[in-house]
Design a protein around this ligand. Sequence first.
Ligand code: PLP
Length: 450
Amino acid sequence: SLLPSYDAETIRRLDKAHVFHSWSAQAQIAPLPVTRAEGSFFWDGDGNRFLDFSSQLVNVNIGHQHPAVVAAIQEQAGRLATLAPGFGNDVRAEAARLIAEVAPGDLDKVFFTNGGAEANENAIRMARVHTGRHKVLSAYRSYHGATAGAIALTGDPRRWASEPGISGIVRYWGPYLYRSAFHASTEAEECERALAHLRDLVAVEGPQTIAAIILETVVGTNGILVPPEGYLAGVRALCDEFGIVMIADEVMAGFARCGEWFAVDRWGVVPDLITFAKGVNSGYVPLGGVVISERIAATFADRPFPGGLTYSGHPLACASAVASINVMREEKVVENARRLGDDVIGPALRALADKHPSVGEVRGLGVFWALELVRDRTTREPLVPFNASGADAAPMAAFAAACKAGGVWPFVHFNRTHVVPPCTTSDEDVLAGIAVLDAALDEADKHYTG
Ligand code: PLP
């Protein structure tokens, strides 16, 4: 073999010496050496198996090592491993055609990037040039990526160290009934007040200065916040009224995660731009992009688009997207994700809430669910404080450790655990994983004071 095959100890040693990891205090982490993955499972170097209840970073939507996608990458590597973005190419054209085919409305052109952050960078660039305006409205409790513009759009603590960031970003509150910014008590009230708030913001900022409103169709890492009925349509109407570009960030929500090709389909809303990454090819090769409406594409018909990337439309990435979208169609992954949410995950998680007082709310759709953990159901005091770290985060760390000891790799963020396995996970494996969460929730219940 041309490649190394180190034991767990060697991986740990070399990683410690040479790899600089994301978002981490380098001396305080001990990354798990992973040597194998298949379907909904991965294995550490000591032979322990984990059910991947986080789909890595909520991106492995078709599961690990799907043979058709692996074979497509291998075949493409043998044919043409790289190609500058200025050329035409069969897999690049086919990936764009397939994405346009599953995208709603007149979103028919694709600008390829290497991931989600670059997709959002280029979406706001398109919106600014298209409108000739500067400001972008983005939500608190959002994540849009970690490059300069994307981190400025981000409405969570990961932004703080990069402030002040790029100019022209104005933040708003999106709907989140459980912790309503609007003192609402029903979804309908939350929807109406969130839209009124956004309208007020547009008015006082000056509609003629606003290029775009960006939102995660279903907010991902910041809580799996499913918009109330009518919210997305309301944002669409507001954008239409004032000539503002509507950008739906579907980097996490798209490609089956919500039981739809794109989450907006659930509400029948067509944005002007959709950004995607992650599930488009389950991250087998880095890939993201922007799907562009006819109207915005027309702006760049006779005027150059002022953006580009050496690896835009990379052949290996596009080959993996072609294979992955075909697999999703053939194996009905979108339909399966919807069924898993409606018939398996939703009911099982609601049963956990009946049993564990620390489960304050269960919410989600498709294979995109959150358990919000609290110390008191009446006050809704979170199990750990907002942005907790170190000793403050100990109850969630204990919960996560109990999951791992039970062979489930959980997704944990602040006081929430998200249930986000691959969309191809079997009912039995999903239920076995939830049984491990059930036992681990005893750790959270210990802190319940309500
Ligand atoms: N947007 C959303 C909604 C995301 O969840 C993420 C990543 O988690 C991003 C953007 C950034 O994507 P990337 O990490 O590929 O740059």
